[in-house]
Design a protein around this ligand. Structure first.
Ligand code: HEM
Length: 489
């Protein structure tokens, strides 16, 4: 079958994403609508998740693949076959050039500068400290018998993780609800990620929200520029005193400042776009952590098994210890938690934070697994969410079963270890840069929570029935997951 940009069935009856609360239901409805439309046109239809289909998205036909072999082709071929197109996601927040959405040529510049910060590993103690800060909130809620909004708590924690680990500056997101940096960030993101702003900018520009958003971006940038100015002054002072700055002592923002200082082709504007790291690493990790906590309640035997593994590694710390004295796993200890790691992988399989890997565009003619030929300039996306729940790829595809990952090297988070059917972090050259950070953060925080509490889901009705609400648009976010924590005896 040849694809020249028009003969694919347009899923006219497709649900509008904004009306779907649940990603599984949304995907099922989308696929059945597409299948119905294709059958009406006499086209062959796969009986479950289609391996390839092409809806009309953002003003263009977009080929979507859900077969692991096609995923491998799309994500691992070089720039001479696939590139990332300029994808104007949240341009007001991210500017026109950034590491996540820029095409190859521009991306290389960004990646070269930030690579060292992500290569040298992360401080387990930082994440342990965040776990202790989280305990203060959870202890308090447990003592009062209050439910905790899990997404809210995890969202604060993951924001703080990036602020400290990558930028060396706390937001105080867990400690201080009125932290200026936190408030500026949350206000900016709420408007900046609004579907109207992301998908229908010309209309958004006509609304008061646009002016408000511009104001919020300015406020956040001002905070960021203040930090940058401090870093620049420190760098200059260090150089003036003849001390060479070692890359090992520099955080992500130090590296960006240094690159801008050395001029080259790295600019102040690029540096300010560092906000992309907050956006890339914050909601994504929040969803994975919230999903894991939720699923561990719905499956008490898995919660107990994960806890037993953690306690064996941590040596059964007394639950009477204060939050500040509670131990956290070291980096080496996190590598001894295979079952917990399998739980994280299974949570990310069922609720991938990024359901469709950002689009690629063909730079030469490409033939897909079933013989479909795509001419240069075709837009294509890999549907991670659909693939990770496809019944023809997974046994009991909608069930939570961490054991399915135990036969695989526990640390293997790359797609090739899973034959490309598990790809929550993407794959190939543009694979998630923050993967190692996110995995370490999730293992440490979940291990600490398991060692101090047991928990149950409280409300809402859909969550109690096993289908927590998830938000729409481009990312999966868990909503209304209310949890009651109880300190372990
Ligand atoms: C569970 C957490 C996370 C998930 C599921 C996730 C997922 C992803 C995915 C699917 C991509 C796109 C890959 C592609 O286009 O092929 C990506 C890219 C990226 N992520 Fe993550 N991410 C997570 C956490 C983080 C964190 C904590 C950071 C940094 C603080 C981060 C930074 C990035 C960056 C910089 C890119 C662009 C990489 C490039 O193109 O060179 N991510 N992530």
């Amino acid at each position: 079958m040849d694809y020249h940009g028009f003969p694919f069935p347009q899923p006219r009856a497709m649900d509008k994403p904004s009306r779907c609360n649940n990603i599984v239901a949304a995907l099922e409805r989308q696929f059945s609508a597409i299948a119905h439309d294709a059958r009406r046109r006499g086209l062959p239809v796969a009986e479950s998740v289609p391996a390839i289909w092409a809806p009309w998205m953002f003003g263009k036909w977009t080929v979507i693949v859900t077969h692991p072999e096609d995923a491998r082709t799309v994500l691992t071929q070089g720039v001479d076959v696939f590139d990332k197109p300029v994808f104007p996601a949240a341009p007001l927040l991210l500017g026109n050039s950034n590491i996540v959405f820029s095409p190859h040529e521009d991306w290389k510049r960004h990646r070269k500068v930030v690579n060292p910060a992500f290569r040298r590993g992360w401080s387990a103690a930082h994440f342990g400290d965040l776990g202790q800060q989280l305990f203060v909130r959870l202890d308090d809620a447990a003592a009062r018998g209050d439910a905790v909004d899990m997404k809210f708590c995890m969202s604060r924690l993951t924001l703080e993780a990036i602020a400290i680990s990558a930028f060396g500056e706390p937001f105080n997101a867990l400690k201080d609800a009125n932290s200026p940096m936190l408030k500026a960030f949350e206000a900016m993101v709420a408007n900046g990620m609004n579907p109207l702003v992301v998908f229908a900018r010309p209309i958004a520009k006509l609304t008061p929200m646009w002016a408000e958003l511009k104001q919020q971006v300015d406020t956040f940038n001002l905070h960021l520029l203040t930090i940058i100015a401090r870093k620049e002054a420190a760098l200059k002072a260090r150089k003036a005193s003849g001390q060479a700055a070692s890359i090992d002592d520099m955080d992500l923002l130090d590296l960006l400042v240094d690159a801008a200082e050395q001029e080259g082709d790295y600019t102040h504007e690029d540096m300010r776009n560092a906000v992309v790291f907050f956006l890339a690493g914050h909601d994504t990790t929040t969803t994975a952590l919230t999903a894991a906590i939720y699923l561990l309640d719905m499956h008490p035997e898995a919660q107990q098994r994960a806890r037993a593994e953690v306690l064996a590694v941590l040596g059964c710390p007394s639950t009477d210890l204060s939050a500040a004295d509670f131990p956290s796993p070291t980096s080496a200890e996190t590598a001894r938690l295979p079952y917990l790691t399998a739980v994280i992988k299974e949570a990310m399989r069922l609720y991938p934070s990024i359901p469709h890997i950002p689009p690629r565009v063909t730079t030469s003619t490409v033939t897909l697994r079933d013989g479909t030929t795509l001419p240069p300039g075709s837009r294509i996306m890999v549907a991670a969410a659909a693939m990770q729940r496809a019944p023809w790829l997974w046994d009991r595809h909608n069930e939570f079963d961490p054991d399915r990952f135990l036969g695989i090297d526990a640390d293997a988070m790359h797609a090739s270890a899973h034959d490309f059917k598990w790809i929550p972090f993407g794959a190939g050259q543009r694979v998630c840069l923050g993967q190692a950070m996110a995995v370490m953060e999730m293992r440490i925080v979940l291990a600490m929570v398991l060692a101090r509490y047991e928990w149950t889901v409280a409300g809402d009705d859909e969550a109690l029935r096993g289908t927590p609400r998830t938000s729409r648009a481009g990312m999966v976010q868990m909503r209304d997951v209310q949890i009651m924590f109880k300190r372990l005896a």
